[in-house]
Ligand binder design. Structure first.
Ligand code: FO1
Length: 328
């Protein structure tokens, strides 16, 4: 089984490629929930939903988030009532938030309700929130502290980022589901998601980093930065605002404790030496995913790397089987 750590749209794309390439029920995606928030009394989990809709084949192909061919009558009505309508919740998407919020109110955990929603959409992979506790990404800007969706969607990432912190992260705990997935997996793939606000909180869940290091499995990260630019979203501006290097070298520095293989784009070939010096083993490959075939071919490349690393580390398929039995 492969574990992927993913945030928003970029993460969902590689998770989708892995899902297409692996046998059914061989993928677990651990998803960032630090950008979850409450709106209209509903618990909204944008990254979980982006991954869920993508794997279910119902994501809006233009935006990458939301449901394909959704309508916005509910949102129009919210606007007429003068309620906030800057966060574009489609009618079908709203149903997901209603069901999730009801289940949470009735005592289900986020892990349980996510599993039920994913199964109902026919997904043959496990989708796991990074934790069951509420964690909130706070972006410090010259105008004060902003919730992540306020910064990202409402204010369109216009504010200078002075700092980022995650309220509630220190009190969060590793769920049994995440612990068991990491302890039993063959490899961990860090998807090309924002290293600060998507992967950062996942790795920050107390106990997760140790669990990952103890698992002694290959960790393969794919850079969300190509030629000094974020493929999507504010990763570059965030790295810059936080005084970090906006390049694959900066990404390698973020992940150095995990000493991963870092897959970087052909455009960043010249930086391979610096990536190695920053603590990751660079592998050069085309990593931009424009089409569904791009997702699959990057996934195949990543799975090849997993095999190569496991062979180099002297881990056989039998080792893997016995590990799985030990943890069963
Ligand atoms: N992103 C936007 O840029 N604008 C939106 O109006 C918006 C609505 C939205 C609704 C549901 C959902 O699951 C995601 C949505 N997103 C929207 C995407 C989301 O806010 C971001 O992709 C992530 O939070 C970043 O990881």
């Amino acid at each position: 089984m492969i574990v992927a750590l993913a945030g928003g749209v970029g993460g969902a794309k590689l998770a989708d490629g892995l899902y297409a390439e692996l046998p059914a029920n061989s993928l677990t995606v651990v998803v960032n929930t630090a950008d979850d928030f409450t709106l209209h009394g509903l618990h909204i989990s944008p990254d979980l939903d982006t991954v869920m809709y993508t794997l279910a084949g119902v994501a809006n192909p233009e935006t990458g988030w939301g449901v394909d061919k959704d309508t916005f009558s509910g949102l129009d009505m919210l606007g007429r009532y003068g309620a906030p309508d800057w966060f574009r919740l489609g009618d079908r998407d709203l149903v997901t938030h209603i069901l999730r919020s009801t289940a949470l109110r009735e005592g289900s955990s986020l892990t349980e309700v996510t599993a039920r929603l994913g199964q109902a959409l026919g997904i043959q992979a496990a989708l796991l929130p990074m934790c069951d506790e509420q964690v909130q990404t706070i972006v410090q800007t010259p105008d004060g502290e902003l919730g992540f969706q306020e910064y990202f969607v409402h204010r369109q990432c216009r504010d200078q980022v002075l700092g980022v912190h995650f309220e509630g992260l220190e009190q969060a705990s590793l769920s049994d589901a995440v612990r068991s997935a990491i302890s039993q997996c063959e490899a961990v793939i860090i998807c090309p998601s924002n290293p600060i606000v998507s992967v950062g909180p996942i790795l920050g869940v107390p106990g997760l980093r140790e669990c990952l290091l103890n698992a002694r499995v290959p960790v393969i990260a794919v850079s969300p930065i190509i030629a000094g630019q974020a493929v999507k979203g504010p990763a570059a501006r965030m790295l810059e605002g936080l005084g970090k290097q906006v390049s694959v070298v900066g990404v390698a520095a973020e992940y150095k404790e995990l000493a991963p293989v870092l897959v970087i784009d052909e455009d960043d070939r010249d930086l391979a030496g610096e990536v190695a010096a920053a603590g990751s083993t660079p592998v050069v490959a085309p990593i931009l995913m424009k089409t569904p075939e791009d997702r699959r071919s990057l996934a195949r490349r990543v799975l090849d790397i997993v095999r190569e690393v496991r062979i180099n580390n002297g881990m056989s398929v039998e080792d893997q089987d016995s590990r799985a039995e030990m943890h069963a």
